[in-house]
Design a protein around this ligand. Structure first.
Ligand code: 5GP
Length: 203
């Protein structure tokens, strides 16, 4: 008799949240280089494109009107307003990939992550933290892509986001990029070996 819960999806969905400026994209960039079989959900947003970002790679950049069309036409799994802009997860990509047995990474803020957990209860929630809030503010200023006011807004949001940490499965502190990247890969490895996910070897 097997007492393992049946996984609701074939692929693994890894949901990553991190206050802005935590180095989430840098960590995921390193993970991307060494884990070629991960697929990344690309969100839609109304925020300005930053230097180095590409349409369809980092985001689908939309006008306010275009984004509202997506909402109206039920094209998003979830969406939110964050620091004055809309962000939303396209509806089709994740279910299609999971059903095909592919592993997907979704970068999303805390309320969106909670909504995604409701839709995909066996997803894995990972929270990336900065070593401190002072360090977070310093990193945001160094990035130079936002005004003083937006930086303040993002640091305030980061403080609120901290209260969600307890509902996550794993916490990674980004003090050292190499270690944080290894920690992230260790989470994926552990989840792939997890009995509750019904690893193929048991069957
Ligand atoms: P940024 O402007 O720094 O790229 O993203 C701001 C915040 O929006 C980050 O916390 C990011 O993870 C989050 N975010 C990005 N895409 C989505 C999405 O599709 N849905 C939600 N709820 N948040 C998102």
């Amino acid at each position: 008799m097997s007492n393992k819960a049946k996984p609701t999806s074939k692929g693994l969905l890894i949901v990553v949240s991190a206050p802005a400026g935590c180095g989430k994209d840098t960590i995921l960039g390193c993970v991307r280089d060494s884990c070629r079989n991960l697929h990344y959900s690309v969100s839609a947003t109304t925020r300005q494109i930053r230097e180095g970002e590409e349409e369809g790679v980092h985001y689908f950049f939309k006008t306010h009107e275009e984004f509202e069309e997506l909402i109206k036409n039920d094209k998003l799994l979830e969406f939110t307003e964050y620091a004055g802009n809309y962000y939303g997860t396209p509806k089709d990509f994740i279910p299609k990939m999971l059903e095909a047995g592919k592993d997907v990474v979704l970068k999303i803020e805390v309320e969106g992550a909670a909504n995604i957990r409701r839709i995909f209860p066996d997803c894995v929630l990972v929270f990336i933290l900065p070593p401190s809030f002072d360090e977070l503010e310093r990193r945001l200023k160094k990035r130079g892509s936002e005004t003083e006011e937006t930086i303040k807004k993002r640091v305030n949001i980061a403080e609120t986001e901290m209260s969600y940490v307890k509902s996550y499965d794993y916490i990674i502190i980004n003090e050292n990029l190499e270690k944080a990247t290894e920690d992230f890969k260790a989470v994926i490895r552990a989840e792939k070996l997890s009995v509750k996910r019904g690893t193929p070897v048991i069957d």
